[in-house]
Structure formats: structure tokens, C-alpha cells
Design a protein around this ligand. Structure first.
Ligand SMILES: [Cu+2]
Length: 125
């Protein structure tokens, strides 16, 4: 009885370990630029991290948060200048930045999550 239970647990443990093995995509971040916005930057929230962090966009650029986690998150500016609201798993929220500056933000649900958006003047060269 004990042996078979242990064997079962070992098998289960192996199975769980196998399933929970992180599948790291080779390119977790996709960056898109188009002619309408100076820069459109899309990045992901995975397992309590904003990735990449920090991100830099030009004035007028758009940042898209893509929640790749299994629980909801937000991206909420510490200075109140923007708030994506709740981003459900698998969903996207975006914010357009019209003023240069450094914007610190957190997840309202998990305040230990934090990130920064750097907004820089357009390169006119
Ligand atoms: Cu969160």
C-alpha cells in the first residue's frame, strides 16, 4: 500500500514537474513599428514581471501590455497619469504617451510588480 502510494506520488510529481516546466519562447517580446505612430511597442506580462522593463517609446508612441499570465494584472501609473485597468489573462491594453518623461507604474493587484516607461522626444534628424 505504502509502496504503491509512493510510486503514485512519484509518478504524479514527475508528471507535474514535466507539465510546469517553463516553456520559454525564443522571442518573448515582439516589437512593432509602423508609419502612423513613431513607435508601437508591445510587451508581455509573464509571471509577475513586466517584460521587458524599462521600455522606451518616442512621444506619441503607444505601449501595449499583453497579459500572458494566468491571473489579471494592471499597469497603473504612480503619478496617476495613466491606468490600463484590469488586464485579464490573454488580453491587451494600450496607452499612448504624448509627453516626454519617465513614468513609473505598478500593478494595483500586486504592488510588488513595477515597471517604467521612458518617453523620449522624437528624433528629428
Ligand atoms: Cu498583477
Amino acid at each position: 500500500m505504502t509502496i504503491s502510494r509512493n510510486a503514485w506520488l512519484a509518478a504524479l510529481g514527475f508528471h507535474v514537474a514535466h507539465l510546469s516546466k517553463p516553456s520559454l519562447p525564443s522571442a518573448p517580446v515582439s516589437t512593432v513599428m509602423d508609419s502612423l505612430t513613431p513607435m508601437k511597442l508591445r510587451f508581455k506580462i509573464v509571471e509577475f514581471f513586466y517584460d521587458p522593463d524599462p521600455v522606451t517609446v518616442q512621444v506619441g508612441g503607444k505601449v501595449i501590455w499583453q497579459n500572458e499570465d494566468t491571473i489579471p494584472h494592471t499597469a497603473t501609473a504612480k503619478d496617476g497619469s495613466f491606468d490600463t485597468g484590469t488586464i485579464e489573462p490573454g488580453k491587451l491594453k494600450s496607452e499612448t504617451f504624448k509627453q516626454a518623461g519617465s513614468y513609473r507604474y505598478v500593478c494595483e493587484i500586486h504592488p510588488r510588480m513595477s515597471g517604467t516607461v521612458e518617453v523620449v522626444e522624437k528624433d528629428l534628424s
